[in-house]
Design a protein around this ligand. Structure first.
Ligand SMILES: Cc1cc2nc3c(=O)[nH]c(=O)nc-3n(C[C@H](O)[C@H](O)[C@H](O)COP(=O)(O)OP(=O)(O)OC[C@H]3O[C@@H](n4cnc5c(N)ncnc54)[C@H](O)[C@@H]3O)c2cc1C
Length: 288
């Protein structure tokens, strides 16, 4: 390989750095499906170097102030899509009210990459091994999706259609993530990696004892994370914890259809998922 191979060079494109969201959305519309949003750039730049993405325009959104906030509002916790993994881990709001996300962010690449990786970019690539989506699903988060002409809200569980494919149209971007009702909610995030640091399975959990709500998302085992709530798990709030955990793990184990790939076989992923969920449930209820 030489330094003139595509892997060291970027294809030609026009670079834009809009000051605000409206300008970014107008540019997306103007380029009619041929522009890509650049957030942290961690994935997009590599995809362009490898000629897997050849946009005629790149719209850099990481400096847009409107996309950088973490706020408590009447809707819950609102997180701008350009907030980085490092910022999520440092935020007192996220650490206190969105624990699965704070922990998931600590897995989004190494410490240096985490200064660039954004939550919007992390979930938009639609890769099973990324950590943001299961964490958001376990908290019933929704996504604000905007185009120049429209604003819509979608549940985080509806974002991914298949590996690398989302419901986002070419003229749309995620502007905000809304995590509802986080007062008094506890949560955790667990991940099992193989020797090459590739995810075999992940489990994101959130629990509200006062509202009697338990949510579990199991990620990295299929195109999109699996979602379970207390009714799907047959959770009995007045029952024995050990019995509840056993039933939940059995239900999850028999419901999921894990993929087999070079990283791990389907049955191995299923067993690892069951162990992760059982341990995470014990931790969560132990600390509740
Ligand atoms: C070696 C390595 C290891 C990694 N390990 C992990 C890991 O274990 N877990 C993990 O979760 N992540 C991991 N990551 C990070 C992850 O793979 C992605 O690279 C990263 O999350 C992309 O985020 P970004 O902000 O850089 O997105 P970008 O690269 O800027 O964009 C990615 C894609 O999303 C689109 N996009 C970006 N923002 C938006 C938006 N707001 N709305 C709509 N579309 C948007 C872009 O157009 C592009 O198509 C790793 C990365 C590397 C390089």
């Amino acid at each position: 390989m030489s330094f003139t191979t595509p892997y060291f060079t970027l294809p030609k494109f026009t670079y834009y750095k809009p000051d605000n969201v409206s300008e970014a959305l107008s540019l997306l519309k103007q380029h009619n499906g041929k522009a890509r949003v650049l957030a942290g750039g961690v994935m997009l730049v590599n995809m362009m170097k490898e000629r897997m993405a050849l946009p005629e325009a790149v719209i850099d959104i990481k400096g847009i102030g409107e996309l950088k906030g973490i706020d408590i509002t009447d809707k819950g916790v609102e997180i701008g899509s350009a907030v980085t993994a490092s910022e999520l881990q440092k935020s007192e709001i996220i650490k206190k009210r969105c624990q699965p996300l704070a922990k998931a962010a600590s897995y989004m690449g190494d410490k240096i990459l985490q200064n660039s990786v954004t939550i919007g970019g992390n979930i938009s690539i639609g890769m099973p091994s990324t950590d943001g989506l299961p964490a958001l699903m376990s908290m019933d988060a929704s996504l604000e999706v905007r185009s120049a002409d429209n604003v819509r809200t979608i549940p985080s569980s509806d974002l991914v259609v298949n590996i690398g494919r989302t419901v986002l149209r070419a003229d749309e971007m995620i502007t905000k993530i809304v995590v509802p009702h986080t007062e008094g909610v506890t949560g955790t995030y667990a991940k099992f990696l193989n020797a090459s640091e590739v995810a075999i399975s992940t489990a994101a959990l959130s629990l509200s004892l006062t509202q009697k709500k338990l949510r579990i998302a199991v990620g990295a085992i299929s195109a999109k994370p699996y979602y379970f709530d207390q009714s799907l798990l047959g959770w009995k709030w007045d029952g024995h914890l050990e019995e509840n955990i056993k039933t939940s793990v059995e239900i999850i184990g028999s419901s999921v259809k894990p993929m087999s790939d070079a990283v791990a076989g389907s049955e191995y992923r299923r067993e690892v998922s069951k162990i992760l969920v059982a341990r995470a449930l014990k931790d969560l209820f132990g600390g509740a």
